[in-house]
Write a protein that binds this ligand. Structure first.
Ligand code: ADP
Ligand code: 5GP
Length: 204
């Protein structure tokens, strides 16, 4: 994109399972209604209350593989035996219109996004301790014991990648975490390099 084209902001919320990504993502979308949400494709079964095209696009493994082969994804990942992918076309459309988009994806996906799109803003979410993370994973009551233990073990490896991120938000009190992410987004939008198009227009 040229310097005279207004670019949207691409924000990525990531972190270990149970960190609070989904909760924070929902809170931020409520506070910033102009922010667009990227809807991922997944091969996992819908959970109770999840709707097609709202929470995810639910596809078979065959359909997902075909989309991957067609180059329809911006990034993909296998997370706990299911496939996930961010559809490329809707995201590109949002950014080209100068609108902002938020992703809630795993760490592997976040790293891919930073490589493809270095201007993206990567936010790592982590509870105040591994003990709290374990409590929240259990409290969520969506996973079996062996899954919880696997996720906890994985979270230590995931935390080690924090330096690849732009921001680190300790998810202690939920409202504060949401506010912190909202502040990050607002500040990023004021960065000089993100306002080239506007400044060039003023100087015309
Ligand atoms: P993730 O999307 O990262 O897997 P969730 O958003 O599902 O994590 O959060 C995991 C659990 O922790 C959920 O039950 C959620 O309600 C709870 N939770 C999230 N943030 C907080 C917080 N700041 N304080 C207390 N509980 C939280
Ligand atoms: P869940 O199945 O619980 O909704 O999500 C499991 C994990 O997959 C979460 O860590 C979530 O952030 C991640 N995830 C959801 N969509 C995508 C996606 O499109 N790409 C990647 N890389 N991860 C995703």
């Amino acid at each position: 994109m040229s310097n005279n084209q207004k670019k949207g902001l691409l924000v990525v919320i990531s972190g270990p399972s149970g960190a609070g990504k989904g909760t924070i993502h929902a809170g931020v979308l409520q506070k910033l209604p102009s922010l667009k949400k990227s809807i991922s494709v997944t091969t996992r079964q819908p959970r109770k209350g999840e709707e097609e095209g709202v929470h995810y696009y639910f596809r078979t493994v065959e359909q997902y593989m075909q989309m991957k082969q067609n180059g329809e994804f911006l990034e993909t990942a296998e997370v706990y035996k299911n496939y996930y992918g961010t559809p490329k076309a809707p995201v590109m459309k949002i950014l080209e219109k100068g609108e902002d988009v938020i992703f809630e994806i795993d760490i592997c996906g976040a790293r891919q996004i930073k490589q493809i799109y270095p201007e993206s803003v990567l936010i790592f979410i982590m509870p105040p301790s591994f003990e709290v993370l374990e409590k929240r994973l259990r409290g969520r009551a969506t996973d079996a014991e062996d899954v919880i233990l696997r996720r906890l073990a994985e979270s230590k490896k995931e935390l080690a990648t924090y330096k690849e991120f732009d921001y680190f938000v300790v998810n202690d009190e939920i409202n504060t975490s949401v506010e912190n992410v909202v502040s990050i987004i607002k500040s990023e939008k004021c960065r000089v390099e993100r306002n080239d198009a506007f400044i060039n227009e003023l100087l015309k």
